[in-house]
Design a protein around this ligand. Structure first.
Ligand SMILES: Cc1cc2nc3c(=O)[nH]c(=O)nc-3n(C[C@H](O)[C@H](O)[C@H](O)COP(=O)(O)O)c2cc1C
Length: 456
């Protein structure tokens, strides 16, 4: 078995995601980066040259004028990833799709198509949509409550995975001489009737070289963690500190083990924002300058997001933190409950609370290449992370990470120099899931064999 290796994903954030309201002003970033396919292809090739495991595209489908620049005007993830699939050869392609406002059949079909187009490099970041306003773009008055939202998610993923097994791997002999295109005994309907979905199947697509796309998940609530432990193969999380990340890591691995899963086959990957410079002091100065340039009114607007983009300008900034818990109930319930707890315990005003939340989002990965590499190694060896998703905007900053930090990690035997495989599962060291019908047939065959042996 291969030594445990670091995994890296790259989140492509075009003109700037949450907390990056000024990124689009950088001279290296074209103003249309988030909708410019040429720009994405260049970034994808840069990430592939660095031997990252995958590209990651986040998504949401509800905006306000206060949304981060990248969110205001960006490409739909699977359309984008399909274009990147033909411009790359090894890097994985992970897209975010919500289970709250999609049908499993359509999602199964789109992802299976991406998986075939890319030769087995597709991944799905399963989310339930943090923005409740999305519901009103999909014929609903309001977002689902958490129980329904995550109940749908679990059933959705299981239907999608069932559909992906519609054909066994030997279903298409394509034997022109014998005139056999496909073997009808190897095609299987799903006949699913559940709480949220009814899907007959079969899906009209065969499996790819990696069997099925890799399932990623990001969600911190009790319900989100249960979903992650049940179906996640890669788990995204926020990295506030080594201690927090280690507690999350242990919790998720224990939950997965309790469900009978192999914890080593579940990769925990916190987000990674890096500030690199020649010295630690210089890096700290740069990070402080970036923080200082942030406009409080923009911080206040973004603070409203987990409250369903609630407008906080209506409150007195210097009065005690307002009673807004209800707005978080169907949006970011976990994070808003945590904010409420801190604000009450420390008797914070609204202004202090916004600044506190902004401080907790500051990255611990600031310093020289040696310092950052050592910190990454500490998290990896200390079982706070199996890998990281790096936020990518400015090309020269990514190049610096690739040219200065990765060689140190390679020297320490922690990260690859060449791809091991041309599928995402192959590179992540994840197994190809057996087709359930092939497995059942094999088990039935074994049972028949042993009963005929014991009868003879
Ligand atoms: C690294 C990371 C990436 C995420 N990406 C998305 C995303 O692209 N779209 C989305 O709607 N939510 C995204 N989320 C939010 C979660 O999926 C989840 O909906 C949110 O955290 C609220 O649910 P929770 O209370 O279970 O955490 C992301 C979360 C994390 C930690």
């Amino acid at each position: 078995m291969r030594e445990r290796q670091l995994r890296f994903g790259a989140t492509l954030l075009g003109v700037g995601g949450p907390g990056q309201q000024n990124t689009w002003l950088h001279p290296e970033i074209p103003g249309d980066a988030s909708v410019n396919i040429g720009w994405y292809i260049e970034r994808a090739r840069q990430v592939e040259a660095a031997r990252f495991d995958f590209l990651f595209v986040v998504d949401s489908q509800f905006i306000t004028p206060d949304s981060p620049p990248h969110y205001l005007n960006r490409l739909e993830p699977l359309t984008l990833l399909s274009a990147l699939a033909v411009a790359t050869s090894n890097v994985g392609l992970v897209g975010t799709i919500t289970t709250s406002f999609t049908s499993p059949f359509a999602v199964a079909r789109q992802l299976a198509s991406l998986d075939l187009i890319s030769g087995g490099r597709a991944g799905w970041n399963v989310v339930t949509s943090i923005d409740p306003g999305t519901a009103r773009n999909y014929d609903l008055e309001e977002h689902y409550d958490y129980t329904t939202r995550y109940g749908r998610a679990l059933e959705h993923v299981s239907v999608v995975r069932g559909l992906w097994d519609s054909y066994e791997d030997d279903a298409f002999p394509r034997d022109k001489q014998a005139g056999i295109f496909f073997d009808r005994s190897r095609q299987h309907p799903l006949n699913h009737r559940g709480t949220h979905f009814s899907v007959v199947g079969p899906l009209n697509l065969e499996r790819s070289a990696q069997g099925q796309p890799v399932i990623f998940q990001a969600g911190n609530s009790e319900e989100g963690r249960t979903l992650a432990a049940s179906v996640g193969e890669g788990i995204f999380t926020l990295a506030r500190s080594f201690e927090d990340a280690r507690a999350f890591y242990r919790d998720l691995k224990e939950r997965a083990a309790a469900k009978g899963r192999d914890p080593d086959r579940i990769l925990i990957m916190p987000g990674l924002s890096v500030t690199l410079a020649d010295s630690d002091e210089e890096a700290r100065t740069i990070a402080a300058e970036v923080e200082g340039a942030k406009d409080f009114s923009k911080l206040l607007a973004e603070f409203g997001r987990p409250y369903g983009w609630h407008d906080f300008t209506q409150y007195d900034l210097d009065a005690p933190f307002p009673d807004v818990a209800a707005f978080g109930e169907r949006s970011g319930r976990t994070i808003t409950a945590e904010i409420q707890r801190v604000a009450s315990e420390q008797s914070l005003t609204l202004r202090e609370t916004v600044l506190h939340v902004n401080r907790t989002l500051r990255s611990p990965f600031v310093g020289s290449a040696r310092t950052v590499a050592a910190e990454i190694e500490r998290w990896f060896v200390g079982r706070a992370a199996d890998g990281f998703i790096l936020h990518v905007t400015v090309p020269s900053e990514f190049a610096r990470f690739s040219d200065e930090v990765l060689p140190i990690l390679r020297e320490r035997g922690l990260f690859r120099s060449e791809y091991e495989s041309d599928t995402l599962r192959g590179n992540l060291g994840l197994p190809i899931p057996a087709n359930v019908h092939t497995l059942a047939r094999a088990e039935a065959g074994t049972a028949q064999l042993s009963s005929s042996r014991s009868g003879s």
